[in-house]
Design a protein around this ligand. Structure first.
Ligand SMILES: [Zn+2]
Length: 343
């Protein structure tokens, strides 16, 4: 989940059990594992010079989530500490993990007004340039931190809900609440986003749709394939999911992230939001992970959420989307690291 607070309907009905992680740890680690099996020896050797002993592409893949809430605090690791202490540059690092692009934008480049300078595409390009030896003065990052961010963002940008996003129109046709897709309409009506489907509630209050993609579909894939760890799942996907020609990225390395974003945007449009319909709006009390109401100025903080319905085969269909996205992200991460270090 990608916003400030976990949303729980009540103390006993959990929607977002671990809000800090996107794709979930398993998803990110699977992507790192696949890449580690695909990179060239020279790339692996260069990476080992940057990372500390014991660090792998799989076990650094969740570092970016671990620093989201800790800016200003201290950490025993010198690189992590310097990141956390650089409040001026890193305070908004949670915004680096995603875009909120309307579903009917044709592609990333033409989605004007929805691609801020600190979105996932810009940050991926900053990490790439930093690793190539050209650090960005607005985002000073050590090589090690840049590599950790890059590995994580490769995972995030392949989670469709980190790119494509619904916008809520409470005055839709026939006075229905609808998910708006058209960028011009969204701008004209100044519609609010559904925060990467974090505000869309599924399964009788149990889950929001963003968490379903981060956690449930990855778990569903692990169960369906009988692979109990991300390490084993990564190995299995590398061996069984054959790369497609459409996975290849073309042109200069600085355009790759935008191409990947466009790919995920189309998946959001064609798969993630397919068959998803809002049935009602509700106001809920925002709870902490411990089940206590979040208070501000003596009052409980509230949020608006939307109950949605989905097609009965939604999980089965999208489990296959996740299977391909994890394999594809690992493939592209290896491709990118080879382009940086072995060419
Ligand atoms: Zn993330």
């Amino acid at each position: 989940m990608k916003r400030l607070v976990s949303i729980l309907l009540t103390a006993f009905i959990l929607i977002a059990p671990s809000s800090a992680f996107a794709w979930g740890d398993d998803g990110h680690q699977t992507v790192g594992k696949i890449a580690s099996l695909r990179i060239k020896p020279r790339t692996a050797q260069q990476i080992s010079q940057i990372l500390k002993p014991g660090e792998t592409l799989a076990n650094i893949a969740t570092w970016a989530d671990s620093v989201k809430e800790r800016v200003g605090k201290t950490d025993p690791d010198p690189d992590t500490n310097s990141f956390l202490q650089d409040i001026a540059h890193n305070e908004k690092n949670r915004e680096w993990h995603y875009d909120d692009l309307p579903l009917n934008c044709k592609n990333y480049q033409t989605c004007t007004g929805f691609t801020p300078d600190n979105d996932i595409v810009h940050m991926l390009n900053i990490c790439i340039r930093t690793l190539q030896g050209y650090p960005d003065p607005d985002h000073p990052l050590s090589q090690r931190n840049a590599l950790k961010l890059l590995v994580h963002f490769l995972g995030d940008i392949h989670q469709p809900l980190h790119v494509g996003c619904g916008f809520i129109d409470v005055n839709g046709p026939n006075r229905k609440i609808v998910i708006a897709r058209d960028p011009a309409l969204i701008k004209q009506k100044n519609l609010p986003s559904d925060r990467g489907a974090n505000q869309l509630i599924i399964n009788n209050d149990r889950r929001n749709l963003h968490s379903f993609w981060d956690f449930d579909l990855v778990t569903s894939l692990m169960l369906a394939t009988d692979k109990q760890t991300s390490d084993i799942l990564g190995q299995y996907l590398k061996e069984t999911v054959k790369p497609k020609s459409s996975w290849n990225t073309h042109g200069p390395i600085g355009t790759w992230a935008a191409q990947w974003a466009t790919d995920s945007l189309h998946l959001s449009r064609d798969s993630t939001y397919k068959s998803v319909n809002i049935i009602r709006q509700r106001t809920i009390t925002v709870m902490t992970r411990n089940g206590q109401p979040v208070m501000r100025d003596g009052q409980p903080v509230t949020d608006v959420v939307y109950d949605v319905t989905r097609a009965p085969n939604y999980e089965a269909v999208n489990r296959e989307v996740v299977r391909e996205q994890l394999a594809k992200a690992g493939f592209r991460l290896a491709e990118l690291l080879d382009a940086i270090y072995s060419q």
